[in-house]
Ligand binder design. Structure first.
Ligand SMILES: [Cu+2]
Length: 138
C-alpha cells in the first residue's frame, strides 16, 4: 500500500470513530398504563418482563415525543418500543394502545366506586353529625 493511501485509511477510521452516533438498542415493551404525566414527558407503566433488559416492574418511562401520550389514560393496555442508548438513557419511541382494563383499586376505591358516584349522596354518620356539632357550638 502506498504511504499516501495508508494515511487516508487512518484518517477515515478516525473520522468514523469520532462521528459515530451513540449505540442504541430497542426492546419491545408490553404493559399497562398507571399514570400519564405529559407535563413531565413521562408515562408510568407496569411493564412485563423485557427480555434481556429487566424484569417486570412499575416505572416511569420518558418520551421524547409528548404526543405519544395523547389520549392515553390509566388502565390502557399498551405495547411500545423502548430505546436504550449506551449512555443509559432510555425513552419510548412508540406507544400503541392495545386495549383497556380498569385498574383495580386505583384510588383506594372499591369496585363499588361507580355505584357510589352515580347514586345520590348517602350521608355517612360522620358527615351528618359534623354540621350539627358546629351549629350547636354557637
Ligand atoms: Cu422496568
Amino acid at each position: 500500500m502506498a504511504p499516501l493511501a495508508r494515511v487516508s485509511v487512518v484518517l477515515l477510521l478516525v473520522t468514523l470513530a469520532c462521528g459515530r452516533a451513540p449505540e442504541t438498542r430497542e426492546y419491545a415493551l408490553q404493559g399497562q398504563v398507571l399514570a400519564v404525566r405529559p407535563e413531565r414527558r413521562e408515562i408510568v407503566i407496569r411493564h412485563e418482563d423485557i427480555e434481556g433488559l429487566m424484569q417486570g416492574m412499575i416505572m416511569p418511562f420518558p418520551v421524547q415525543d409528548v404526543s405519544l401520550l395523547d389520549g392515553r389514560i390509566p388502565g390502557d393496555l399498551v405495547s411500545g418500543t423502548l430505546v436504550v442508548s449506551d449512555t443509559g438513557a432510555a425513552y419510548l419511541s412508540t406507544l400503541v394502545r392495545t386495549g383497556h382494563q380498569d385498574l383495580p383499586d386505583a384510588q383506594g376505591a372499591a369496585p363499588a366506586a361507580t355505584d357510589a358516584a352515580q347514586g345520590s349522596a348517602v350521608p355517612s354518620p360522620a358527615a351528618d353529625g359534623a354540621p350539627d356539632t358546629v351549629h350547636s357550638g354557637h
